[in-house]
Each structure stands twice: as structure tokens, then as C-alpha cells.
Write a protein that binds this ligand. Structure first.
Ligand SMILES: [Zn+2]
Length: 247
């Protein structure tokens, strides 16, 4: 069990910037988990913000030995190149679901065309900077108390993957079930801490899955996450709130 006093979680990139001068914000996410001598990065932001902010905050990326990708969207993977350049290791393990490499697009009802929103780099370019991909849909236990959860089951009837997200396959656009969505679960003396990416598969689905996988009941959701509505904007999401209040 991780002792919370030895645990530090640093947000390196998100869509607001406060506090220290020189911090940059952008649409995307990157969080560093420091647990004793282990340094694990969840996502890399959308471009250069994670590497830049690490520099401003005095965080040494060289100590990062594992990167977990919560899914293959650009706002979580677009910082890979600059982060890997900052890590400067011969090899860095990158844990992700095999589907992170599928061709991902988005299109809202108002937009005229499909926009590419997948990983903006080739696998070769990343591997040339030391990336070593571990691609699996199963949970990956990084330590005995830290797990990259792997593929999350969808069980609730009030959570749906957004209908604006697509995969391109054989020249056709098909709905993206986001099976690559995964989160990090930390077993601590306070309880189970969940670090979510976009929670595309639904926060209650992830929460229930995390409890089942780890056998821990007490759960902390310390960061914001996206509540995905089953239909368009403005649709109430009472099922999710009710489920959260009942936890
Ligand atoms: Zn996403």
C-alpha cells in the first residue's frame, strides 16, 4: 500500500494556468505521479506544455521511466515528442492500449468535415527517441500498488461514448468505441486514487471497474473529468450525478 505522505501528483499540463509565472495552459492533460523513487507520467498534454511546465516547476523529466497513455487522442499524446526529448533516456516504457494507434477523428453535427484527432507522430519517430511501447488491453501493474487499468467495461445505461468521435477504417468513418480509454489506479493508505484521462467510457464505469480490479472500496477522484452526455449539449445527466452521490 502506498503511503500518501510519500506520494506526490503534479499536474504538468491542463487547460488552465495559475500560480507560478511562466506556466502554460492548453487543451489537454498531463500528470506526473511520484511514488517514492518511481516517476510515472499519465499523458503528455497537447503539445509542448508538459515539457515546458516541468522545466518551470523544476521537475526533472529524466526521472520518468514509464509513461501511461490514457487513450490515443492528440490532447493526451501531442506532447510525446517534447516529453521524450526531456526524458533523455535510452528507453522509456510507454503503456497503452493497441487501439491508440488507430486513425481517430472527430466531427460534430455543425462541422463540415472530419478532423484528425489521433496521435500526431509516427511510431518510428517516437521509438527513435527511446519510446518502447507495451500495447495491451489488460491491466498493467507498474508496481504492486500502481496499475494502468487497461480496457474498461461499459456497464451503465446512462454513460455513452460521445457520438462525435470516429475511427477511419478502409476509407470509411465508423464510431469510435474508445476501447483504448484507460486510467491509473493508486492503492494508498487513504484509499484508491483514480487518475483519469478523458474518461470516455464513463466515470461510473471506471469507478466500478477500479473497485473490482483492486478490491478497494474507498475511492478518491481528485481531478476534474468529463461527464459525457448520452445525447447533445444541455442534456441532463442525472444518472451519473445520482451514481456519484451514492458512492
Ligand atoms: Zn479524448
Amino acid at each position: 500500500m502506498l503511503e500518501s505522505k510519500n506520494l506526490e501528483i503534479i499536474t504538468l499540463s491542463e487547460n488552465t494556468a495559475g500560480g507560478r509565472r511562466g506556466i502554460l495552459a492548453e487543451w489537454g492533460l498531463s500528470m506526473l505521479v511520484k511514488a517514492g523513487d518511481r516517476h510515472i507520467l499519465l499523458d503528455t498534454g497537447g503539445s509542448v506544455t508538459a515539457a515546458h511546465n516541468a522545466d518551470v516547476l523544476g521537475v526533472d523529466l529524466h526521472q520518468v521511466e514509464t509513461i501511461v497513455l490514457s487513450h490515443g487522442h492528440y490532447d493526451h499524446t501531442g506532447g510525446l515528442l517534447s516529453v521524450l526529448a526531456g526524458v533523455r533516456r535510452e528507453e522509456v516504457e510507454i503503456i497503452g492500449h493497441p487501439d491508440i494507434w488507430r486513425r481517430k477523428y472527430s466531427k460534430t453535427k455543425k462541422s463540415r468535415s472530419f478532423r484528425y484527432v489521433g496521435i500526431p507522430f509516427s511510431r518510428d519517430a517516437l521509438e527513435s527517441l527511446g519510446a518502447r511501447f507495451t500495447l495491451t488491453s489488460d491491466p498493467t501493474w507498474i508496481t504492486e500498488d500502481i496499475v494502468a487499468g487497461g480496457e474498461e467495461p461499459t456497464a451503465t445505461d446512462f454513460e455513452k461514448v460521445a457520438d462525435t468521435l470516429y475511427l477511419k477504417e478502409g476509407g470509411q468513418f465508423i464510431p469510435d468505441p474508445l476501447v483504448d480509454d484507460q486510467s491509473i489506479f493508486l492503492k494508498t493508505d487513504l484509499g484508491l486514487i483514480l487518475l483519469l484521462g478523458c474518461a470516455h467510457r464513463g466515470v461510473i464505469n471506471i469507478l466500478n471497474y477500479a473497485r473490482e480490479l483492486t478490491g478497494m472500496e474507498q475511492v478518491y477522484l481528485p481531478w476534474c473529468f468529463t461527464l459525457h452526455r448520452p445525447r447533445g449539449r444541455g442534456t441532463p445527466i442525472p444518472g451519473i450525478w445520482r451514481a456519484l452521490l451514492l458512492q
